[in-house]
Design a protein around this ligand. Structure first.
Ligand code: GLN
Length: 239
């Protein structure tokens, strides 16, 4: 039987990978291998075309200017749009999340066109959201409470075609009581940390979309300890 493979595409590590977001790639690779799935990872720099045959696309966070440049290049390139049409999964963090939407706020708060892949609009908020973020995930996704670290000025509003990823328990997230958004196989979040290290359930959701089957559980005691520690540190203690 031919071995099962997946292609992971890390978009623009030269522009979008703050706060260790590249760790998301490592987690997907490791969790795939533990199931006997062979990951092939492609790092696509911003002067290279985005391949259209990937299974999972990852975008990280970034400062305002690299974010604007990344959005311009991705719009011109068109590869990510095609990949989504072909059914690929996308996981985008912070700047990467914002630029998947219709527009986001530039360094002076000016509206910058995004890719329109998610029905969200982001703009510049009054305060910078910095700190721990935790949220109860939409039960339809079957993922336990997510935890991460946020650092962004942007606020995000969802249109009718996007669903909130989680209800905020701690932190700011989108700024409307919710955190992140998803539609189909596109997931966006404000969580750094890196998000998939702290939330293996999200990593497995992406992998199961890519291989189109349920995945065998694996021993998550180390990730579980990190999650428990972070949640204990940030969640209000019941009185
Ligand atoms: N520049 C965006 C903001 O401040 C994204 C920041 C980030 O990716 N950390 O909202």
């Amino acid at each position: 039987m031919p071995s099962e493979t997946i292609k992971i595409v890390w978009i623009y590590p030269d522009l979008l990978s703050t706060y260790g977001d590249g760790g998301n790639v490592i987690v997907l690779e490791r969790r795939a291998r533990l199931r006997g799935i062979i990951p092939r990872t492609v790092r696509v720099h911003s002067d290279e075309p985005v391949p259209v045959d990937g299974d999972i696309y990852l975008l990280g966070g970034g400062e305002d200017r690299p974010q604007i440049l990344a959005a311009q290049r991705l719009r011109v390139d068109g590869g990510l749009h095609k990949a989504v049409e072909f059914g690929a999964a996308v996981f985008a963090v912070c700047a990467g999340y914002q630029l998947l939407g219709h527009e986001f706020g530039g360094e002076e708060g000016q509206p910058v066109p995004g890719m329109g892949l998610l029905d969200i609009r982001s703009g510049r908020g009054d305060v910078r959201a910095v700190g721990e973020l935790a949220g109860e995930v939409d039960p339809a996704l079957g993922v336990p409470m997510i935890t991460g670290f946020e650092n962004h000025q942007g606020v995000t509003r969802l249109g009718p075609a996007a669903k909130p990823l989680a209800r905020v328990a701690v932190g700011i997230g989108n700024g409307d009581g919710y955190e992140g958004a998803y539609n189909g196989r596109i997931v966006g979040t404000y969580m750094h940390g890196p998000a998939l290290v702290r939330n293996p359930g999200l990593a497995d959701l992406l992998l199961s979309w890519a291989v189109k089957r349920r995945l065998e559980p694996i021993d998550d005691s180390w990730a579980g300890r990190l999650r428990e520690e972070r949640l204990r540190a940030v969640l209000p203690t019941p009185s």
